[in-house]
Design a protein around this ligand. Sequence first.
Ligand code: GUN
Length: 300
Amino acid sequence: MAAKIIDGKLFAEGLRTRIAGHVARLKSEHGITPGLAVVIVGHDPGSQVYVAQKAKQTVEMGMHSEKYELPETVSEADVLALVEKLNADPAIHGILVQLPVPKHIDSLKIIQTISPDKDVDCFTPTSVGKLVIGLPGPVSCTPLGCLMLLRDQLGSLAGLDAVIIGRSNLVGKPMAQLLLADNCTVTMAHSRTKNLAEVVRRADIVVAAVGRPKMIQGDWIKPGATVIDVGINRIDAPERGEGKTRLVGDVDYAAAAEVAGAITPVPGGVGPMTIACLLANTITTASLINGLVPPSDLTA
Ligand code: GUN
């Protein structure tokens, strides 16, 4: 059986259309232009590409965009001062400091300085706490994107067995909370999990977020399961020519697609959803800051 390919690029396009509609409504009905500030420290090429994409898509949605590029040598105090300034700026509803930051800067200190009201990454302890107890607020971008794809594919997730591989603060832990809130039975697997193949074989939903290329084997997948691959790993691809590389996920895609009911490809699966969800979170925070109920079609 060949799995259905879950087209994250297409879904993200639809989400951006809804976001653009909400931006237009916030402007025309409430005089609010949602504003997102992105901050990058240093010159990591990968981070620069992500941040440029975030700023570009913000503008495309009709939002206000500010981009701050700080030198590698900037002091922690100067980054904190910028975050404080953005916290106080009424034109800004979302603040994102691209991680990782250079080693001389304490990322936790930066995160804890971001106002929870503007925390579009859902990184602050306050935002994480709200997510856990189900209060309105921003939702971690990549897990939110995964949840949207799962709901679109499966409808109700109630009662399904979900296995998450990877326990990061960025993906694994918030993903578990979201799936629990959607009434899944959630298992979190990680590097110390025994009999990982057996654990994964029980899952109706597999979310792979370990950062190890093709680690999840095709014969670990239960027939018909839905597989969400969060991994983005660059590997050598000599078949494409000398020195060439390509992107692969954490799942052995070709083998898993023979068994799964549906699967996200890499690239083109979860990746495009992350930035779209960041923009959705900016609508959510802009609404809440202004005492409005956030649109419900940006989280479902
Ligand atoms: N670096 C890699 N992914 C992310 C993300 O989602 N948010 C931030 N702030 N930094 C990142």
